[in-house]
Design a protein around this ligand. Structure first.
Ligand code: SAM
Length: 272
């Protein structure tokens, strides 16, 4: 495994790209604008799909609850944990890039220029309990234990590994940007699995096929992987797929920004 991980640390999928070129503010403006103010953004509703396992369907089939939740590769945005904040006691955010962790810290302290207000509005509207978006944002902040460095290319991604295993992992658009190939994706799936309790769940949001995305003038490469391949890898890595939703027509977007084809959401349970 050490050899594969070493290879994963080199080349265009290397972490250097994220250290040098990932501009948190431009990423937020491009992909997570609050409201409709940008014309080049992927439509914001595309991102909201990531919330569904936590607020969704009448059968509650995917309703996930647990005490401790880890969001993997949070980036500079918190949309992955807004609806989840109702379903767990504590939340750990994480990312490889220090500038993203700093952006999250600014949001936590209330000094970030960017606003996530319409995202909170969307969630409380869907939940239909009359909660104010500002109250929900305060509740989410209260539940955040910390913002931690995490590197999926390490055998133990969350170092120092002082944390007990988690009940829920969430992750959006992170594993395929870190994985250089399918074998590497599987190594990542297995090490992410070790962060979860037996019987714990991962809720994963992704885009099938896409091979790049653009932030400002920089192109970031990612692994072209189909929905079927994602499911196969997680199954081989000790998970049972308990929810899968794929929609080719969601996420209509400017193809110069990214070449992905639709979106998927997976909920998988670590085998007992
Ligand atoms: C496309 S962004 C997704 C951010 C956010 N989760 C979202 O859905 O918008 C990819 C994220 O993966 C992070 N990342 C890249 N390589 C990583 C690695 N080796 N380990 C952990 N995170 C990594 C980047 O810093 C970035 O925040």
């Amino acid at each position: 495994m050490a050899v594969v991980l070493e290879a994963m640390n080199r080349g265009k999928f290397g972490r250097e790209d994220y250290l040098k070129y990932f501009d948190s503010a431009v990423f937020l403006k491009t992909f997570h604008c609050d409201g409709q103010e940008t014309s080049i953004a992927i439509k914001t509703h595309f991102h909201f799909i990531v919330l569904f396992p936590f607020v969704n369907n009448k059968s509650n089939q995917w309703k996930l609850t647990g005490r401790r939740l880890l969001d993997i590769g949070t980036g500079p945005t918190i949309h992955t944990v807004i609806s989840a904040s109702n379903c767990c006691d504590t939340i750990y955010l994480s990312d490889f890039a220090p500038q993203n962790r700093e952006t999250l810290r600014k949001w936590l302290k209330g000094s970030l220029q960017h606003s996530f207000r319409s995202f909170f509005q969307y969630v409380v509207d869907r939940e239909g309990k009359g909660e104010l978006p500002s109250d929900r944002e305060a509740m989410l902040k209260d539940k955040i234990v910390g913002i931690f460095p995490l590197d999926l290319l390490q055998a133990e991604p969350l170092l120092p590994s002082l944390f007990p295993t988690f009940d829920i992992n969430t992750s959006s658009l992170c594993m395929k940007v870190a994985a250089p190939d399918l074998a590497g994706y599987e190594i990542i799936a297995r090490s992410v699995g070790k962060l979860l309790k037996e019987g714990g769940h991962i809720a994963l949001f992704g885009v099938p096929e896409g091979s790049f995305y653009q932030v400002g003038s920089h192109i970031f490469y990612c692994l072209k992987i189909s929905g079927e391949q994602v499911q196969e890898i997680w199954k081989r890595s000790g998970f049972k797929i308990v929810g899968w939703m794929q929609n080719a027509s969601l996420g209509q977007h400017d193809t110069s920004l990214s070449d992905f084809e639709g979106v998927f959401h997976m909920v998988a349970q670590k085998s007992l």
